[in-house]
Design a protein around this ligand. Sequence first.
Ligand SMILES: Cc1cc2nc3c(=O)[nH]c(=O)nc-3n(C[C@H](O)[C@H](O)[C@H](O)COP(=O)(O)OP(=O)(O)OC[C@H]3O[C@@H](n4cnc5c(N)ncnc54)[C@H](O)[C@@H]3O)c2cc1C
Length: 403
Amino acid sequence: MSHVIVIGAGQAGSSLVAKLRNTGFDGEITLIGEEPAPPYQRPPLSKKYLLGEMDLERLYLRPESFYTDNNITLRLGHPVTSVNSTAQTVTVGGDTLHYDHLALTTGSHPRRLPAAIGGALGGVYVVRGLADVDAMAPEFAPGKRVLIIGGGYIGLEAAAVARSKGLDVTLVEMADRILQRVAAPETSDYFRALHTAHGVKILEGVGLERLLGDTRVTGARLSDGSEHAFDFAIVGVGITPATELAEMAGATLNNGIETDEQGRTSVAHIWAAGDCASFPYNGGRIRLESVPNAIDQAELVAENIMGATKTYVPKIWFWSDQYDVKLQIAGLNVGYDTIITRPGDKDGSTSFWYYQGNTLLAVDAMNDPRAYMIGKRLIDGGISPAPAAIADPATDMKALLKP
Ligand SMILES: Cc1cc2nc3c(=O)[nH]c(=O)nc-3n(C[C@H](O)[C@H](O)[C@H](O)COP(=O)(O)OP(=O)(O)OC[C@H]3O[C@@H](n4cnc5c(N)ncnc54)[C@H](O)[C@@H]3O)c2cc1C
């Protein structure tokens, strides 16, 4: 009987094993996770779960009974410590298991601040796992002063939760503007205005020189020389793909674990999906950090393990919730040269459309689900309306979908 081992019991790992059973795989399946919790969704960690508006059970992707009912062995609480790709074995918790196919869905590690600048002090948190959020949650008391380092989506979502709970929030972003790495200046401006209106102090073009304190953080010195007192700090400065096991197995790394268009790594019988994997895209190679990518890529790998020869063509979308604003993103904006603004129907709703020449690449829609949905269908269908049509509020958006 064939044995598929999946390392990483997160979004991709859980989707992969479910899809394997769905497509009729009747061999042995083992899903191994180092975290003690069964596979859960991470997005609420910086949103409703941190706000205290979502129970733990609702975080779980599937009830634990799903795994037993589907004859999937779930091994939690211990990391896989080695992979031997010649013997086709993995080592976990002192056991050596043989695989016929191995899938790496190991996700990513949050970047931490070096201990030399105070990164190891008490009261300094990252937002990656359930344990991180459970550890920081008691700090979220009204009046407490928090420093958030990094103005990406996770830092901004944490800032929104902290303000909603009555904390005093300062966010520092080393780049010239928040969201610089991922969005147009228009989107940065929208979210800067939103956070400022809610009372967040946003400092852009200002880095952290060091955190201050003996054993616990008490403040920070910033790159402009100023010193400020804080009660705790949250570090949201990005992630690095978890590639250690792939490297141990001898797989090629290339901005994460390199896979071909079907999800195979460079080592026989080893596959990869999710945050940890980079794949061919538009003549280049990309790695995505999103739930839709983790699910779709993992399901494709499951089908290909079963003998399909499907190519991964991502339908790229993402979202972020901050206060009462839902941002929905469709497409990938890399290479854009023009932004078209389209006001929405409701107060505060708007969308920014990224073009490269006359080609529509992506849409950021703020409280404008209609713009998002139409933008997504246009992008997925390879349709690029004239920029002037998008800018014109009188344009019937649905009509644009007709070729
Ligand atoms: C706070 C937060 C908010 C987010 N918000 C959004 C959002 O709004 N929208 C969106 O699309 N995406 C969001 N994301 C990103 C999204 O959650 C990830 O892209 C997605 O979880 C990736 O799935 P994955 O399976 O690749 O990795 P993960 O879900 O991270 O799972 C990887 C698992 O592998 C385990 N693992 C690693 N190494 C080993 C080992 N050696 N042995 C055993 N287990 C191992 C890890 O412990 C982890 O549990 C957010 C992420 C975070 C952290």
